[in-house]
Write a protein that binds this ligand. Structure first.
Ligand code: C2O
Length: 612
């Protein structure tokens, strides 16, 4: 490890003259004075604790307080109206949101088409225990809940850690069939992600229910953690108990939190199925490709911050790009064209799963595969930070940063056992107000707010110079194979956009109908106007638009599970940075990183997406 390099020696990566966030910059100024050494980042040591606790970020108040309107009325009365906006998918015209079945006994063994189930060490029988034949009750949020404040894992006190471990141990002590047991809690993820449920509740018994790669990703996991946390609190008799969060977006949290390591004693939150080479002091990689970047500590931190900025700001300017594409009853998760995974889900979220999962295991258990991820206590701590990203994104107060408002989203619902072993149905609409849900996050600095990329090179007319050398998108035969690097020139719908234009619409690059093998870890990178100058463009530079990445949904040998998704990348700031705003066309480069041999892209286009 290198000796105490101070983060404050990093080049500040905000090259632009004007403030990026007039609304929030006054609150976050302090992070310029943020100091952490690469040593302390790696060791979670005491000094880090003190330093990072001083500056507190005060974010603006939550702009949106959802009204609790009777959902049945909304569903019947407004379904058609809202549905009209979604004419591309016929079922939503009936206003039928996705719902987990009332009859949880209809749950089936996950991915039962697995050819080599023996490889699945955690087992694929993921259905919950059936305690009664009663229908799940609609869940009512407790009035005046005791506030639970989720601490950043790297700052958690010894006292807290003892409590947290005791709670997990109590969970592990329960009989496996108990709905609160460690195994049953883990299986929830497998059932919802690996085909345990279908859409019978909404009239589509032959279609799977899936909460990944869609706008259900954030709310489903928020509810999952909500009950998991309440169950843990109940097990140790502490109504204020809150889960820790893995603060991977802050340099002080960019290593696996120390409490999760084996300590020679029996540590209930240790998991043997983790990548042993990624224990501290290894720095987490927000853009993890499946192989270590080899970057120095300081470069890795810088790249991480820059990628966080891209995923939270540049590539998530609106509801769809942050939450993921809409997914309503009748949509087939294995085959939904034009679907887009949210920037955080497809980005840092997937990367952390893969970075923690054990590469020696057939399916990268535990974290590296959806079916097994819930078996690692770190899963919930990782997802707490994912959930925190939702809060931060919304609290930035930027126009366009709002939750979906369609009833297809608001009324989508899942079924869980609550802390009283009561089977309850919960709705997305009740997940938007964290205060009403009774929890919050301990503040931690958000240094990536200042990590807008710097250009690798600047210059106009890159694409114009390549006409005749690189194919124009209209001359490309789709679907386009990604078994090798692909370059294509893409025309912009408009150019020379002024300030007002930019306030009205985001210019976005869309990769639609991406088909890939759902059994593989898939990742490719996307660059704009990246010309070969002999020096590789890094993910921290402006030309790097972002990545598409996917965690395997299961594992089978010999066969493929074809899935379709899409990706969107923000161009407005990118083109400003590289000074290409006046160009007619841009050069788009797709670089396969892993699992791309069978990947195809069905469409590449630039669109202006109105900011509403
Ligand atoms: Cu449900 Cu992190 O995945």
């Amino acid at each position: 490890m290198m000796a105490s390099l101070s983060l404050s020696t990093l080049p500040t990566s905000t090259p632009t003259k004007k403030p990026l966030f007039s609304k929030t910059s006054s609150h976050v100024k302090q992070s310029h004075r943020f100091k952490v050494s690469c040593n302390s980042a790696a060791n979670n040591n005491e000094k880090t604790v003190k330093n990072s606790e001083t500056p507190k970020l005060i974010l603006p108040k939550t702009p949106l307080e959802m009204q609790n309107v009777d959902r049945r009325n909304l569903l019947l009365g407004l379904g058609g109206l809202y549905g009209a906006a979604n004419l591309t998918s016929i079922p939503s015209a009936f206003g039928t949101p996705i719902a987990a079945p009332d009859n949880i006994s209809d749950c089936v063994t996950a991915s039962s088409n697995l050819q080599n189930a023996n490889d699945a060490v955690r087992g694929l029988a993921c259905c919950p225990p059936v305690l009664s034949t009663d229908k799940p009750k609609d869940y009512v949020l407790p009035t005046n809940p005791v506030l639970r404040v989720r601490p950043a894992a790297q700052r958690a006190t010894d006292e807290y850690i003892v409590k947290y471990k005791a709670a997990i141990q109590a969970m592990k002590n329960l009989p496996d069939e108990h709905p609160h047991s460690w195994k049953q809690q883990a299986k929830i993820h497998c059932a919802y992600c690996n085909g345990g449920y279908n859409q019978e509740q909404s009239g589509f018994p032959d279609i799977q229910l899936q909460i990944h790669n869609t706008w259900l990703f954030f709310p489903f996991h928020r509810w999952y953690l909500y009950f998991y946390e309440r169950i843990l609190g109940k097990l140790i008799n502490d109504p204020t108990f809150a889960l820790p969060y893995w603060n991977w977006d802050n340099p002080t949290g960019m290593v696996l939190p120390a409490m999760f390591e084996t300590d020679g004693k029996r540590n209930p939150i240790f998991d043997p199925y983790r990548n042993a080479t990624h224990l501290p002091p290894a720095i987490f990689e927000v853009g993890y490709n499946g192989t270590d970047s080899g970057a120095t500590c300081i470069d890795q931190i810088s790249a991480n911050l820059s990628l966080m900025y891209k995923q939270m700001i540049t590539n998530a300017p609106d509801t769809t790009t942050f939450f993921g594409g809409e997914f309503v009853a009748g949509d087939d998760p294995l085959n939904k064209e034009f679907n887009v995974a949210g920037s955080i889900e497809a980005g840092v979220h997937t990367a952390a799963h893969r970075w923690v999962g054990d590469p020696r295991m057939a399916n990268s258990e535990d974290m590296g595969n959806f079916y097994s991820a819930g078996y690692d206590p770190l899963f919930y701590v990782h997802h707490a930070n994912v959930d925190r990203m939702w809060k931060i994104w919304k609290d930035l107060g930027i126009k366009g940063h709002t939750e979906p408002t369609s009833t297809d989203w608001l009324d989508a619902s899942y079924v869980f056992y609550d802390e009283n072993e009561e089977l309850v149905r919960v709705y997305n609409r009740d997940s938007v107000n964290m205060t009403a849900m009774g929890y919050d996050y301990e503040r931690s600095e958000i240094p990536w707010l200042h990590s807008r990329s710097v250009p690798h090179t600047k210059g106009a007319n890159v694409a114009a110079k390549l006409v005749g050398i690189v194919k124009k998108v209209e001359d490309v035969t789709f679907p386009l194979k990604l078994n090798e690097t692909v370059k294509v020139l893409v025309k912009r719908p408009t150019k020379k956009r002024n300030k007002k234009n930019k306030q009205e619409a985001n210019e976005m690059l869309f990769l639609n109908k991406i088909k890939f093998d759902g059994e593989e870890f898939v990742k490719f990178d996307v660059f704009v106007n990246d010309v070969d100058d002999g020096v590789e463009t890094t993910a921290a530079e402006s030309e790097f638009a972002g990545s598409f990445s996917q965690l395997p949904h299961g594992h089978k040998h010999g066969t493929k599970m074809s899935m379709t998704s899409g990706a969107a990348f923000g161009l407005t700031e990118l083109l400003e940075d590289i000074e290409a705003e006046d160009d007619d066309s841009i050069l788009v480069t797709l670089v396969p990183k892993i699992g791309c041999d069978d990947v195809t892209v069905g469409e590449i286009k630039i669109k202006l997406v109105p900011i509403v």
